[in-house]
Design a binder for this molecule. Structure first.
Ligand code: GDP
Length: 194
């Protein structure tokens, strides 16, 4: 895969705004600060396409980015941000759940976790949800440049055990070093071309 074009089609605040054109949708999921914006920028090869370190103070929409006019990357709001009200947290989870529950075109997902940390309860819930819904997903462990090689292996084991996913299938990723990009393209290809 080569990203030849990408554009923000819509930032959706309710389900009537989700694209309905039949193109496949691949969700990008993770907790706030996991490195989701940096990840998207790295794979689309732009420095500031998705905004990095935007402090969430209000409800965020679901961003539908159309790639190569062939599929959507669906940027779901990062969950688990500590410093927002209960009300807002609830609204976020409703937005995320509404999308996951109702999208007819969701065929794949990239689940981001920080390579340095044990996945949170929310991460486990999310992965179990994807498994239960039979949505093909790929775990990507972000910020791999922050660990040494042997530390990385230990962390991947913790992530693998916590999420019950095959360790060998987790992609260590660094936006900074652009590591893991090709493996992500391979995953995207496998979904888009299926
Ligand atoms: P988001 O909240 O999930 O969209 O996360 P961001 O992309 O805004 O990144 C959160 C913080 O992590 C920022 O300070 C980024 O510079 C940093 N970060 C993201 N990806 C990487 C990475 O691959 N390596 C390193 N060292 N830092 C990263």
């Amino acid at each position: 895969m080569k990203v030849k074009s990408i554009e923000l089609k819509v930032s959706a605040y309710n389900k009537t705004q989700y694209p309905n054109d039949g193109l496949k949708q691949i969700a990008v999921i993770g907790r706030s600060n996991v490195g989701k914006s940096s990840f998207i920028n790295a794979i689309v090869n732009r420095n500031n396409f998705a905004r990095v370190s935007q402090k969430p103070g209000k409800t965020q929409g679901i961003n539908f980015y159309i790639v190569n006019n062939t599929f959507y990357l669906v940027d779901l709001p990062g969950y688990g941000y500590a410093e927002v009200s209960k009300e807002l947290k609830k609204q976020w989870s409703i937005n995320i759940e509404t999308y996951l529950n109702t999208s007819a075109y969701l065929v794949g997902a990239i689940m981001l976790v920080d390579i340095r940390h044990k996945p949170t309860d929310d991460d486990v819930l999310m992965v179990n949800y994807l498994k239960n819904r039979n949505i093909n997903f790929q775990v990507v462990a972000t910020k791999s440049d922050k660990l040494k090689r042997y530390e990385m292996q230990m962390s991947l084991k913790v992530i693998s055990d916590t999420l019950s996913v095959d360790k060998e299938k987790i992609i260590p990723f660094s936006s900074l070093k652009k590591a893991g990009v090709d493996d992500v393209y391979t995953y995207l290809d496998s979904i888009v071309e299926a």
